[in-house]
Design a protein around this ligand. Structure first.
Ligand code: ADP
Ligand code: ADP
Length: 225
């Protein structure tokens, strides 16, 4: 687990300022949600924390280390995007196990983790299927499962539920909530969905045109008319 700290972070693309003066600190184990209109800088913040984006100025820390000082392979960060990318030739079981295999986790431990994750995401009966034999919603749950199985120190999620239909979105949101309560992994989560933000967030960061407009708990942020 880890704290995440951004200190006066700016990112410009030529003339365009994507994010400006972004400063916040996420305590270990908290679930923070970034909201705001399209183009306000949510993905740029997420990508900067992931080390996929070099910031123009300012500093990004995970724990006490500057993100860009840590080699990519050592960053213990799992990302889940809207467009899940599963390995098509691998079964669900192998997809979920992949990150653990890479880390040379003990074989019995892998089996156990895969089963636990599959159970919590209702994927047990699908473990031997290939991604193309699954619905979009099921594929997205496998992508979540693959990220969760690794038990990283940090989760970064960019609208992970937005491609799911309403019922599945409700179920998966509840499962995410429960998983977070169990595992307590620090999470940054981007969404357009107010219910997701209200249900999941310890804190909500409201962004507008690349700047922080408000940081507060869900009751405070959504209390204002
Ligand atoms: P979303 O609104 O769903 O967050 P975007 O369409 O803003 O997604 O961005 C998707 C990807 O395209 C991101 O990786 C972002 O960095 C990149 N991107 C966004 N705007 C531009 C742009 N004007 N030029 C080049 N790449 C961009
Ligand atoms: P959001 O995720 O909130 O939709 P983004 O972080 O994707 O917003 O984008 C913030 C701003 O930065 C937008 O104006 C977008 O066009 C711009 N931007 C993002 N990535 C790039 C890029 N690679 N090149 C140029 N402009 C970009």
């Amino acid at each position: 687990m880890a704290t995440v700290q951004l200190d006066q972070v700016n990112r410009k693309f030529n003339q365009v300022t994507a994010i400006e003066d972004i400063t916040f600190k996420i305590p270990d184990g908290e679930f923070w949600v970034l909201v705001g209109p399209s183009g306000c800088g949510k993905s740029t913040i997420l990508r900067s924390v992931a080390g996929l984006e070099t910031v123009t100025s300012g500093q990004v820390f995970i724990g006490d280390r500057l993100v860009n000082d840590v080699p990519a392979r050592q960053r213990d960060v799992a990302m889940v995007f809207q467009n899940y990318a599963l390995y098509p030739h691998m079964s669900v079981r192998e997809n979920i196990a992949f990150g653990l295999e890479m880390r040379k986790v003990d074989r019995n431990m892998i089996q156990e983790r895969v089963l636990t994750v599959a159970r919590s995401l209702s994927l047990e009966h699908l473990l031997d299927r290939k991604p193309k034999q699954l619905s979009g919603g099921q594929q997205q749950r496998v992508a979540l499962g693959r990220a969760i199985a690794r038990q990283p120190q940090l989760f970064l999620m960019d609208e992970p539920l937005s491609n799911l239909d309403a019922q599945l979105r409700d179920d998966t949101r509840a499962e995410l909530k429960q998983l977070h309560q169990q595992l307590g992994i620090t999470t940054i989560y981007v969404t357009h969905d107010q219910i997701e933000a209200m249900t999941l967030a310890d804190k909500i960061v409201v962004l507008n045109r690349g700047r922080i407009q408000q940081i507060g708990d869900p009751q405070t942020v959504y209390a204002s008319p």
